[in-house]
Design a protein around this ligand. Structure first.
Ligand code: GLY
Length: 364
């Protein structure tokens, strides 16, 4: 991380002291519950399943002593720059107007700082812009035009993020939107089926010293209402790090996660002693409990999916989803209930824990 961290941390500490002097002793902060985890003895990283290359990269960088946030962002950048990943960065599926709007956020455990961008257009790597917000501003989140101008001021290049593949899928979606619009429907037998997908990459990293960081980046919900911001850029929802405990993050239906502050909640469950997997499952139970009836099936189960990934200070990691893993010929579908992790030695995919067995007739 840059020298500016040191400077800002100093300034932050100084202004905190000044506030304390004015307010006097009447306000006392309640200490967070004690944490019963030893620092990591190994490097580790956990990510959504599309992050297999990311966690491999993170593993290599941690071996070289690279900072956990820098390593996490170098990892997720692989997906942001990959035109074949239609859920993240360049090549991401656009909003209903055909414009790609990207969200990202990150946290750096050792400095206890955060940065985020929402509805950012024209910049391929929103995770890096989020890191610049963390590094160079006194703010946490920039959105829309302001976020773009901020990025351009640092030399980020403005580019058209809509690849031919994503444009074709958007055009097909628009054509088939409904019988009463002005677009002629495209028959399904022409193999122009359009699917709605959430897609995102989250990556949570701990090094052998027990320092932790997290990042989440996404193009959000395909065909979203312009300006819609999901969970990914929201600190505490899309990702969260507490350097004393661990980090967690999410992919899937952002609206369901935002209501429970799921990444924060998962870290809080780990603080109380739960394993990363159990913490992720407990958060998902909270999600189910807060789901509106219109989004549940007749057995009270959500009609959407949501995944959490978590790592603790010891380097233990896990992942959980609402629905179980399903075999499929579709590579995206196949990995959607898995997660990627670097376990200190190798990077590989693991099956996520889950709340519900996927039933065959489910459209999930
Ligand atoms: N979790 C990604 C989104 O809902 O935008």
């Amino acid at each position: 991380m840059s020298d500016s961290l040191t400077r800002r941390d100093f300034l932050g500490a100084a202004s905190g002291l000044a506030a304390g002097a004015v307010l006097g002793p009447a306000i006392t902060a309640k200490a967070a519950p004690a944490v019963h985890v030893r620092p990591a003895a190994r490097n580790a990283a956990v990510a959504s399943a599309n992050g297999l290359r990311a966690v491999q990269k993170v593993g290599e960088l941690l071996q070289q002593g690279v900072d956990t946030l820098d390593a996490a962002i170098e990892g997720v950048k692989i997906q942001e720059l990959d035109p074949d990943d239609t859920s993240v960065g360049y090549g991401g599926l656009p909003n209903e107007h055909g414009v790609v709007q990207l969200d990202a956020s990150c946290m750096h455990g050792p400095s206890r700082r955060a940065g985020a961008v929402g509805a950012l257009e024209g910049i391929k790597t929103p995770s890096v812009v989020a890191k610049y917000v963390l590094l160079y501003t006194d703010h946490i989140m920039l959105v829309g035009e302001g976020a773009k101008r901020f990025a351009l001021s640092y030399g980020f290049k403005e580019e058209d993020l809509l690849t031919d593949r994503a444009r074709e899928r958007w055009l097909h979606w628009r054509a088939n939107r409904g019988p009463d619009d002005d677009w002629i429907d495209v028959p399904r037998e022409e193999q122009m089926v359009v699917e709605e997908r959430h897609g995102t990459i989250n990556c949570n990293v701990v090094n052998a010293n027990g320092d932790i960081s997290s990042v989440t980046t996404t193009s959000g919900l395909a065909w979203k209402i312009p300006g819609r911001v999901g969970d990914s850029p929201l600190i505490g929802a899309g990702q969260y790090t507490d350097n004393d405990v661990g980090a967690a993050g999410s992919t899937g239906r952002g609206e369901a996660n935002i209501k429970v502050c799921g990444a924060f909640l998962t870290v809080e469950f780990m603080r109380r002693g739960m394993s990363p997997t159990d913490a992720a499952l407990e958060t998902l139970r909270r999600v189910v409990a807060t789901t509106e009836p219109r989004l549940k099936d007749e057995q009270g189960r959500p009609r959407f999916d949501l995944n959490f990934y978590a790592v603790n200070k010891r380097g233990e990691f896990g992942g959980a989803a609402i629905w179980s893993h399903r075999e499929s010929d579709d590579p995206v579908e196949r990995t959607i209930r898995q997660y990627a992790a670097f376990n200190g030695e190798t990077a590989q995919l693991y099956d996520s824990a889950y709340l519900y067995e996927r039933y065959p007739e489910s459209g999930q």
